[in-house]
Write a protein that binds this ligand. Structure first.
Ligand code: OAD
Length: 237
């Protein structure tokens, strides 16, 4: 299977579904989670990205999310994000499922986005559950809800929490109904997102993977291309 063949499959497909992970934003300068310089090499997820950690020490959790908001606020979408916008403009049915919380797909101009793990630019009240946009950088270390005064938390799916059911269902529908699935910059180690590729394959989709390195999903893809997302994704158009 060659890149040329993948391009022609993508060009003629009626339905395309994309799955992205931290690797697509690595080319914008945002750290990934696993790799040699990944966030989970230097920080313990149990201390920062679980409901228990927030209950124990909300200030520390907010400090970490403030630090990440500060980094992300200075970054821009790269050629790979932009290429996906063009792909969406050309395809009849197009869905972009992302595990990223950085908002760069939206900033680039993608429209049909399912954010599986939430959005770092939203906050949720732990009392009244209201979700609001919030772009303050930095936020106070114990931010409170303007409506009810409850403690705000990042609108992010933490380890041990369930994904939004509607977003997850729509994502599965999108992979089950696509002709081509392109998986970009994810280690494929986090569930339930890791079940999306098998679901696409089981329904006969042609799967293309773009990743800096081979992953455990690579052998199941029709084509696995190793390289930087910003270099490879534009070539798929
Ligand atoms: P990971 O950090 O697990 O994986 C990033 C993947 O991107 C790796 O397979 C890298 O080889 C690849 N990669 C790195 N740089 C790249 C580049 N320039 N071009 C292409 N590929 C590149 O990130 P995710 O798979 O997204 O959850 O992690 C999934 C979830 O785990 C995240 O959404 C996050 C984390 O815990 C939450 O925050 C809820």
């Amino acid at each position: 299977m060659s890149l040329l063949e993948a391009r022609s499959r993508i060009a003629s497909a009626q339905a395309i579904t994309i799955l992205t992970g931290a690797g697509i934003s690595a080319d914008s300068g945002i750290p990934t989670f696993r790799g040699t310089e990944g966030l989970w090499r230097n920080y313990r997820a149990e201390d920062l990205a679980t409901p228990e950690a927030f209950e124990r020490n909300p200030q520390r959790v907010w400090e970490w999310y403030n630090w990440r908001r500060e980094i992300i606020a200075t970054k821009q979408p790269n050629e790979a994000h932009h290429a996906l916008v063009r792909m969406e403009e050309r395809a009849k049915n197009f869905h972009l499922v992302t595990q990223n919380v950085d908002g760069l797909h939206r900033l680039a101009g993608s429209r049909s986005i399912y954010e599986l793990h939430g959005d770092i630019w939203k906050v949720r009240c732990t009392s009244c559950l209201q979700v609001t946009d919030n772009h303050e950088v930095p936020l106070s270390l114990l931010p409170h809800c303007h409506t009810c005064g409850g403690l705000l938390r990042p609108h992010i799916v933490w380890f041990g929490e369930s994904l939004d059911e509607q977003t997850l269902n729509k994502s599965f529908q999108a992979v089950k109904s696509c002709e081509v699935m392109v998986i970009i910059g994810t280690s494929g180690l986090v569930y339930p997102a890791a079940m999306l590729m098998p679901a696409a394959k089981a329904n006969g989709a042609f799967v293309v993977e773009v990743n800096l390195d081979p992953t455990h999903s690579s052998p199941s893809a029709a084509l696995s291309i190793n390289g930087r997302a910003r270099d490879i994704v534009p070539l798929l158009l």
